[in-house]
Design a protein around this ligand. Structure first.
Ligand code: ADP
Length: 308
């Protein structure tokens, strides 16, 4: 084969394949860098456990930022349990189409919000995804490099719970990605969220802050707060790790019906303590990651914009 052939090549055909693979990998690397170069802030929404409202926070955060006039992408890398498309009621539009540059057009929720999920690529959304690490890595690389995200102020990435292949891949391929960690207030959830925080420290991913979801239920009759899963645990965990606390979102049955019906809570026009709480979390994130500024290190503790 070629003169640059390494001595480890066993035959001409393997060498050719290797070179083709290397060229393809380099091409993909370029595509990923090109795509990321147009995106200011990348936010990975993480949780230690499933069911704490990570996808709900991802979807409503993306929508709220888009409603505030920012260009937003929402990338669902919860490959085994993608929910984002259903939560946004985009199932009917599941038809990947190519752009003139050979990229794939994300789903368009509205003028400001683009969405990509594995569900978008699957014929049958009830099909189980049985993939090991390398396939998942490849899918996420394609989600970044092969999609026509265009210029974005924020890319919100919904990860599966825990610290597995998906968040690790995101940490490896997306420089300066930052984490928003979602938890519920009870001890079992907090024990797991501490692992997420340690994961971020291990892979040197900065943390924008901690959100405590399902933090009390405002009784619709007497307006007393019932602490179903206790309250304050997320804030204490944030304090223990010297992280900003982004806010507490109460339980609200309308959040569940909104997710099930494909009408995200913040699109339902709800005027409630939960809607106000979501808005405060979004404000805190915008303050720490201003849309007009390119992505960089988070403000130092003590800086006025570091206090949320
Ligand atoms: P995760 O992504 O962490 O697995 P989801 O976002 O899918 O969790 O939420 C799990 C369930 O909890 C969904 O039915 C969702 O509608 C509901 N949920 C999330 N946050 C709230 C909340 N603040 N109040 C009421 N229900 C909520």
């Amino acid at each position: 084969m070629s003169g640059s052939c390494s001595s480890s090549c066993s035959s001409a055909s393997t060498c050719g394949t290797k070179e083709a693979q290397q060229a393809q990998a380099a091409q993909q690397e370029n595509a990923i860098s090109r795509s990321l170069g147009k995106i200011k802030h990348k936010i990975l929404v993480m949780s230690g456990k499933g069911g704490v409202g990570k996808s709900t926070v991802s979807v409503n955060l993306a929508l709220a930022l888009a409603n505030n006039g920012h260009k937003v992408g929402l990338m669902d890398v919860d490959l085994h349990g993608p929910d984002v498309v259903r939560m946004l009621n985009l199932q009917g539009t599941l038809q990947p189409s190519a752009t003139p540059d050979g990229l794939i057009a994300p789903l368009q929720y509205n003028d400001n919000l683009k969405v990509v999920s594995l569900e978008y690529m699957m014929k049958d959304r009830d099909e189980a995804v049985i993939w090991r690490g390398p396939l998942k890595m490849q899918a996420i690389r394609q989600f970044v490099g092969d999609m026509d995200w265009g210029n974005l102020d924020y890319l919100i990435i919904d990860a599966p719970p825990g610290t597995g292949d998906e968040p690790l891949t995101v940490a490896q391929i997306i420089p300066l990605v930052k984490a928003v960690v979602v938890t519920t207030p009870q001890q079992v959830a907090l024990a797991d969220v501490r692992k997420s925080i340690r994961f971020c420290k291990a892979v040197k991913m900065e943390i924008v802050g901690v959100v405590e979801n399902m933090s009390g239920l405002v009784c619709p009759h007497c307006h007393e707060v019932v602490e179903v899963f206790k309250s304050g645990g997320g804030e204490k965990t944030a304090r223990d790790f010297d992280l900003p606390f982004l806010g507490r979102i109460p339980l609200d049955p309308q959040v569940v019906s909104g997710s099930d019906d494909g009408v995200p809570y913040l699109a339902s026009g709800a005027d409630s303590p939960a809607a106000q709480a979501f808005a405060n979390v979004v404000k805190a994130i915008e303050l720490r990651l201003p849309p007009g500024k390119p992505s960089g290190p988070l403000p130092m503790a003590g800086c006025p914009c570091a206090s949320v």
